[in-house]
Design a protein around this ligand. Structure first.
Ligand SMILES: O=P(O)(O)OC[C@H]1O[C@](O)(CO)[C@@H](O)[C@@H]1O
Length: 253
């Protein structure tokens, strides 16, 4: 069992597989489950051995008394639990998606993630075009916040030996866009468990020209309510206007 109160600010914990089990005063939510069979198009090795259940998505989490404030600001708080392990040589990861343009603007919706337990690798990638794709890799630990700016698709990888639990704030009321990553057989890079001196980040050969990758450290953005170690659920409750960048990205980016 992992107690997530300190990192999330919520009364939640998990069982040893990472499933959320304790929901004092919270609306109880059954997760959507992403299975290996749903991910065949985006895996490094679709015949790779591994668990059938890969991750659990608890969308729209919150205390009943906070629902009105969330609705007023047009935001949704989700918690996602990625199992540890591999599918074949590849670490368990999310399918990956982009966000659509905000209607009437030239800007796509951003998002913000927070690690609650475990280690995350966030792979951010620009949209594929003739110049190729730029990839940013961010490693995040409990309490860290990672901003997904407009224009970036994103995949989360669990490279650790324990479950990864993370939360996100995002504008409610839009559908994620899966087709670009699906049509290219996954993200621009695959993260594989290293054997000997083997490279762990393998470029996806279907991205042409070859994608470019750079590492970036996690960064606080106090003006956006994103401060390492401060649960962002509580930060939203105390300063909801700081999160306006999620619903009005055209004023910030
Ligand atoms: O939609 P994907 O790529 O499977 O990623 C899963 C996670 O992304 C989110 O949709 C947020 O972007 C979460 O709700 C969800 O748990």
């Amino acid at each position: 069992m992992y107690d997530l109160k300190e990192t999330s600010g919520l009364s939640i914990s998990t069982d040893e597989n990472g499933k959320l089990t304790f929901w004092a005063e919270l609306d109880s939510i059954d997760p959507d489950v992403r299975y290996k069979k749903d991910m065949l198009d985006v895996l490094y090795d679709k015949n790779g051995q591994g668990s059938e259940e890969l991750y659990y998505m608890y969308r729209g989490v919150g205390y009943k008394e906070d629902r009105e404030l969330m609705a007023k600001h047009g935001l949704r708080y989700d918690i996602t639990v990625l199992r540890s392990g591999q599918v074949g040589p590849e670490y368990i990861k999310t399918a990956g998606h982009y966000h659509p343009l905000k209607p009437g603007t030239e800007v796509t919706y951003p998002e913000v993630y927070e690690v609650l337990y475990g280690t995350a690798h966030y792979l951010l990638q620009t949209e594929p075009d003739d110049d190729g794709v730029d990839v940013i890799l961010v490693e995040a630990k409990p309490g860290d916040k990672v901003l997904i700016p407009p224009g970036y698709g994103h995949i989360t990888i669990n490279p650790g030996s324990e479950v990864l639990v993370m939360s996100n704030w995002v504008a409610s009321g839009f559908d994620s866009v899966y087709s670009p990553i699906k049509e290219l057989g996954g993200g621009a890079y695959f993260e594989l468990a290293a054997e000997g001196e083997d490279q762990t980040f393998i470029p996806n050969p279907r991205y042409k020209p070859a994608p470019r990758i750079s590492l970036r450290q996690v960064q606080d953005h106090p003006e956006l309510g994103l401060i390492s170690g401060k649960p962002m659920y509580q930060e939203f409750l105390s300063s909801p206007d700081k999160f306006a960048f999620l619903t009005q990205p055209e004023n910030y980016f």
